[in-house]
Design a protein around this ligand. Structure first.
Ligand SMILES: [Zn+2]
Length: 669
């Protein structure tokens, strides 16, 4: 057992997490002969994998994952036998899943909590199990996957497997001829209750624009499957425990005519839509209206979670009663948060901080609801927009309220990296909300940033993730993984790793990623540092010049954010990395460097097209031929490399490019 393992285990015990670990390592040192769980020794199998007579879907899948990765590590294929056919001439039996033998050892997995696994050595044998079933083990809402999670923990800890990105090339398994496991007694569940990086669906029809410009339908389907596998390997899921969330459900179009007084008052003295003419307006409520409060209770079924999220747009009621519930407003906003208190639409509703008002509203609704159901959970859903900043009136909520932290609105706060002062300020808002006693999740949007460019951050976003975890974060629901694995892969890998173990050091996660490039590890670190430094140095530039466009409108300014000359030094580093990788007899290192090169070349081709559009919806008349040629090259490149999953091309075309650019010019290409 490595020192590292001891440190991690002991640290978890100190922190009182859901981990029960006996520091058996001391025993190994005193009685080294006890460490006899030999899986492979000197290139020869020392173990067989034992299953129940009829293993569940989850156990069968877990066994396939175990055998597959042990083979990748050692070239040895372990035999799989049912309990009734256990051989007597092997050193080690690895029992995977619920078996009679495990029951005889007193391990009754059915009594374990959801998503929990046990890894335990008994003499020379090893048991890996948890709750399991015949439901789809890849379903993120299926909590009966303890056995599978145990296998993944085993592969990471004892085989050193690193899952960097979807697909085979993204799976790094250090080659070895010996796997010996120390005596171990471990019971553990994921540190976060629920864990999600949203991603786009991948059903593309054969003749669609998306299929023509990016992913073909078949590759999109395969990518989606590979992504599901990758997510589960990182123990993403637990979504059965995610409280429901949503925006305001009292619709102005249904109730506005009969009850205008339920909706926000504007400065002009009218109730309702402050932006007449805009389609499908979301209208804030006059939350102090008692009739409205009673109507919300009347509508409720008396059982389920009460979802009370505010509107998905800023601006709140300005009536005296509502304003009286507000906390003190800042006399001047911090320089990085002025938009938090400003009306970008120049309408006439209230744009200040309404956290205290809404906290009081949520509390009143819960008091009314508790008369029917004292255990009701109120999902306030989003700590966002006008309710992002922490309350200032010392209002107390408790564990019957759940809210998700969504940094947004002011562009200084939306994305990582951000100015240091902004970083400190959002942490204060988190702590302020935590102080109310509310249950908290994290639902940021910053992974949307960057389009197909080599844009990422690890240090600051990693630090915030760890800070949130240390301060009560129950789970996550990230919007969204845009799948730019070849240009933003380090950031994505870090997020996956932190989800399965938020206590890992950012430095260690980065080193894991670099190690997958073998002899080129040091150069790949320099390559990643080059781009992360570029992002940090340009924080204020990007905010100033790109404003809110960094979200969906990125293609309009990609050529300004990433002019072609900034790729030159990075490409030189990759060329050096390629030479270094080739010194290894194992071709995988060179292939991974080439994967990064594909991402850079794709970004360059995209920048060339973006420069022709030059921020416009349409291509200028005199550059049409040039644009057609640039697009033809880009699409050809995508088709040639899509099977590598270097980019979620469906997200690229459907969410970004076709939304911003008129691409009809190219239907004949
Ligand atoms: Zn009001």
């Amino acid at each position: 057992m490595s020192d590292q393992k001891i440190t991690k285990n002991e640290k978890r015990m100190e922190r009182g997490l859901k981990t029960i670990l006996v520091p058996v390592c001391m025993v190994c040192w005193i009685f080294p002969a006890q460490a006899q769980v030999k899986v492979v020794s000197e290139g020869a199998a020392q173990a067989v994998v034992v299953t129940a007579e009829k293993p569940t879907e989850t156990a069968a899948y877990a066994v396939r994952e175990l055998v597959k990765h042990v083979k990748l590590a050692t070239d040895v294929i372990l035999d799989i036998v049912p309990e009734s056919e256990v051989p007597t001439d092997v050193n080690t039996l690895i029992y995977v899943g619920q078996t009679q033998a495990a029951l005889r050892q007193g391990i009754d997995a059915e009594r374990l909590p959801r998503e929990t696994f046990v890894i335990r050595s008994v003499g020379n044998d090893l048991f890996i199990l948890g709750r399991e079933s015949d439901a789809n083990p890849l379903d993120p809402g299926n909590p009966d996957v303890g056995t599978l999670f145990g296998v993944y923990e085993f592969l990471e800890e004892f085989v050193g497997v690193r899952w960097l990105w979807p697909g085979e090339l993204g799976t790094y398994v250090p080659h070895t001829n010996t796997i010996i496991v120390p005596a171990i007694r471990q019971m553990e569940a994921p540190a976060l209750l629920f864990r999600r990086l949203r991603s786009h669906g991948h059903i593309i029809s054969e003749n669609s624009e998306d299929a023509r410009l990016g992913f073909s339908p078949e590759v999109a389907r395969n990518y989606h499957e590979a992504l599901d596998v990758l997510y589960r390997r990182h123990r993403m899921g637990g979504m059965d425990a995610h409280p429901p969330t949503g925006h305001n459900t009292i619709d102005w179009r249904l109730y506005g005519e009969e009850h205008p007084e339920w909706f926000m008052l504007t400065r002009s003295g009218t109730r309702g839509n402050p932006r007449p003419g805009s389609e499908n307006p979301q209208i804030s409520l006059c939350v102090t209206n008692e009739e409205l409060q009673d109507f919300i209770i009347k509508q409720w079924d008396g059982k389920s979670t009460l979802v009370l999220g505010p509107e998905d747009t800023p601006g709140r009621c300005i009536c005296d009663k509502c304003r009286a519930w507000d906390g003190p407003q800042p006399t001047s906003a911090p320089w990085f948060a002025t938009l938090m208190y400003d009306d970008p639409y120049k309408t006439d509703v209230f744009y200040g901080q309404t956290s205290d008002r809404y906290a009081r509203f949520w509390k009143i609704i819960r008091e009314k609801a508790a008369k029917q159901n004292p255990n009701v959970l109120v999902s306030v859903s989003y700590l966002y927009e006008n309710e992002f900043t922490a309350p200032l009136t010392n209002i107390k909520l408790d564990k019957n309220f759940y809210g998700e932290f969504v940094q947004w609105r002011d562009p200084h706060l939306r994305y990582f990296p951000m100015p240091e002062a902004a970083f400190e300020w959002i942490k204060e808002q988190w702590l302020g909300w935590k102080k109310t006693g509310i249950r908290m999740g994290y639902r940021p949007n910053y992974l949307h940033d960057g389009y197909v460019m080599p844009y990422f951050d690890t240090w600051q976003s990693g630090a915030f993730f760890k800070f949130a975890y240390e301060n009560g974060m129950e789970g996550t629901d990230f919007d969204m993984n845009t799948g730019q694995w070849a240009v933003q892969g380090l950031r994505l890998y870090m997020h996956l790793r932190l989800h399965s173990n938020p206590e890992l050091k950012i430095k260690k996660i980065r080193e894991e990623y670099f190690s997958a490039f073998g002899p080129a590890a040091e150069s790949i670190k320099r390559f990643c540092d080059y781009w992360e430094s570029y992002a940090i140095e340009n924080v204020l530039n990007f905010i100033k010049n790109m404003e809110v466009r960094r979200y969906a409108k990125y293609p309009l300014q990609a050529h300004q954010a990433f002019p072609l000359n900034v790729f030159v030094p990075a490409s030189a580093i990759l060329e050096q990395a390629l030479e270094e990788a080739r010194t290894s007899p194992r071709p995988e290192f060179e292939e991974r460097v080439k994967f990064l090169k594909v991402g850079i070349e794709h970004a360059r081709l995209t920048v060339k097209l973006a420069a022709i559009y030059n921020g416009n919806k349409n291509v200028p008349e005199d550059r049409l031929d040039e644009a057609k040629e640039a697009l033809r090259k880009l699409v050809q490149f995508r088709k040639d490399h899509q099977h590598l999953y270097f980019s979620d091309l469906y997200h690229v075309t459907s969410f970004w490019e076709r939304q911003q650019w008129n691409m009809n010019y190219f239907s004949g290409l």
